[in-house]
Write a protein that binds this ligand. Sequence first.
Ligand code: AR6
Length: 231
Amino acid sequence: PGSSSNETTEATRKANEKTENSRVSPTKHGSADIVHTLAFPSISTADFQFDLEKASDIIVEKAEEFLPKLGTARLVLVDLSHGSKILSAVKAKASRKNIDSARFFTFVGDITKLHSEGGLQCNVIANAANWRLKPGGGGVNAAIFKAAGPDLEAATRARANTLLPGKAVVVPLPSTSPLQNAEGITHVIHVLGPNMNPNRPNYLNNDYTKGCKSLREAYTSLFEGFLSIVQ
Ligand code: AR6
């Protein structure tokens, strides 16, 4: 009997993730031959309390569906910690389906500091937004609005005032935004996922039939938005 992956030590896992982060091929910062790359957080699985197993199935299914349409562009699922359960689940499922790991991979880091701290070049990032498209509220939404400065709120307002669950809106980032200067981000795509938290708006009361449909729609809108930038 060999050791199962469940028995992998924390140290080994950290080492593996570091290897994974470091194997990412560099792209030219700010130049025309950049490899279009979308970095996205796992929509709905923290503050919105969506089931991780179901979410990881949907992320892998949608990445597999969109990769052939995206040419050479890359999709990168990001989370803050080496212990991220959603990253491990997605990584394992993507590997089982033999999805090209150079074009779809997981990355540990702060989505607002991928280039400066992680050495990963992305030109587009996704935000797990709230329906009002407002800064704050914690999680990745607060981090992205803070890092981008007031420019992002004004640019968002020019596109939309609110968002429905399952929908995404592409916002070009003004060149004055620190997120563009320091990180090379040209677009933020706000996505509103389904909510399974009773203390947040549009609570789905554990209805995963509706929830999964809505999360699929959210990733479809997100990846279609990215496709519109790549094309
Ligand atoms: N970099 C990378 N990933 C992050 C970061 C970061 N800086 N911060 C959080 N994550 P969440 P939701 C990961 O809660 O569940 C907000 O208040 C986090 O570990 O941000 O869709 C909004 O205003 C998790 O994997 O989004 C909404 O009201 C993922 O990002 C509500 O929360 C999403 O976690 C949306 O809840």
